[in-house]
Design a protein around this ligand. Structure first.
Ligand code: BGC
Length: 368
């Protein structure tokens, strides 16, 4: 197996706590939490790599973290259905300690919905491969999350980058849509209509001039829009709106070999993100654009340090270089190794492998 993939598995296992939670990044104090978003992709990647036990332990941990918050979920659903304004204490957190406690870092937004949809998607994918029935604890947690998302999906919340709280985000809606579809495939029925309503909303409000936008009213793309096709399957890989969106991601969010988040990103100067480059490659590999997918994988490999660790982002061709040092001063060097970067790279690798292409590299000699 490829040495970067082997190293990735090791790094992920080393940073999975006893509880099953994956720490987002061991060397970056601010990321000493587990996010359902990051973790679900990490667990999915570990399943592809044959590390099912690790994935199962993470999904178990999520289920018990959710089940411990039944009262919060019930209150949120009640208030949302009654049209009562939701306060921060009324919603589920987005970051948890390894012990399953709410993250307490002050002044850091916590209301996000995409991670819950992604978790549902991930456990449904896991179940497709598993011969066992759905664990009762997962089923209970999944049902609660279904109710929670059904009541809240039209509420503005922070996007997957923990920004723009006043908007309803296209990527978030895509993850929620996948979550509802996953519930159906898990045998928790009653969500087809809501899934369709989410999709209709996306088509009516999140498309501008033939491409998907970051949120209704925006004119720009965000690389997380890749999720609309892979893995959330709101649209087909070759849907004309998706193709136009990906063309715009390539044209406006790629200056070097990596992918930026969105055109006005300033976090650590707005560098190129490893996980987004892998995400683009994942889409390309699924679509059959294997040469392009190899280019992404090669670029990712060239970003690993001597210990084969991958960072969150690379400070090359930054969107706003003036914002690089201020972030270093505030939170330290860019997070590395970021487990989500490793996971998305593993997913890209395995997608190419599945297509039986790795043994027959298309880019002459450049893939090692
Ligand atoms: C990103 C989140 C991510 C977190 C941990 C943040 O900077 O915006 O998407 O979940 O880091 O990796």
């Amino acid at each position: 197996m490829d040495e970067l993939i082997q190293a990735s598995i090791k790094i992920i296992l080393q940073n999975q706590s006893e509880s099953g939670a994956y720490l987002a990044c061991p060397n970056f104090p601010t990321y000493h939490y587990s996010w359902f978003r990051d973790g679900s992709f990490i667990a999915y990647a570990m399943t592809l790599a044959g590390e099912r036990k690790s994935a199962e332990r993470f999904y178990d941990w999520v289920a018990s973290t959710i089940r411990a918050r039944k009262a919060v979920i019930q209150r949120a659903v009640f208030k949302a259905n009654m049209g009562i304004l939701l306060a921060p204490v009324d919603v589920l957190h987005t970051r948890y300690t390894a012990e399953g406690e709410d993250g307490t870092t002050q002044e850091w937004p916590n209301f996000q919905l995409d991670g819950f949809g992604t978790w549902l998607w991930a456990i449904a994918e896991y179940q497709k491969e598993s011969n066992e029935g759905l664990a009762p604890a997962w089923k209970e947690a999944a049902s609660w999350i279904g109710e929670y998302l059904e009541a809240l999906w039209q509420h503005p919340c922070y996007d997957c980058w923990e920004e723009y709280p006043q908007e309803i985000h296209t990527h978030t809606l895509a993850a929620i849509y996948a979550g509802f579809m996953a519930l159906e495939s898990l045998g928790i029925s009653g969500y087809t209509e809501t899934a369709q309503a989410v999709k209709d909303y996306i088509m009516q409000h999140c498309v501008y001039d033939g491409y998907f936008v970051k949120f209704p009213g925006s004119y720009t793309v965000d690389a997380s829009l890749l999720g609309l096709a892979v893995p959330y399957q709101v649209v087909a890989l070759d849907d004309p709106r998706m193709i136009e969106t990906v063309n715009r991601i390539r044209a406006s969010l790629m200056r070097g070999g990596g992918v930026h988040r969105y055109p006005t990103d300033t976090y650590y100067g707005g560098g190129e993100w490893v996980l987004l480059t892998a995400w683009l490659g994942w889409y390309e590999a699924m679509k059959g654009d294997v040469n392009l997918a190899y280019e992404r994988l090669n670029w990712i490999k060239s970003q690993a340090n001597k210990d084969l660790e991958l960072p969150e982002q690379v400070p090359a061709s930054m969107v706003d270089a003036n914002n690089y040092q201020p972030w270093i001063k505030r939170w330290g060097e860019v997070a590395s190794p970021l487990l989500w970067s490793h996971a998305k790279s593993m997913i890209l690798y395995h997608t190419l492998d599945k297509k039986n292409s790795l043994s027959n590299p298309v880019i002459d000699g450049s893939y090692r």
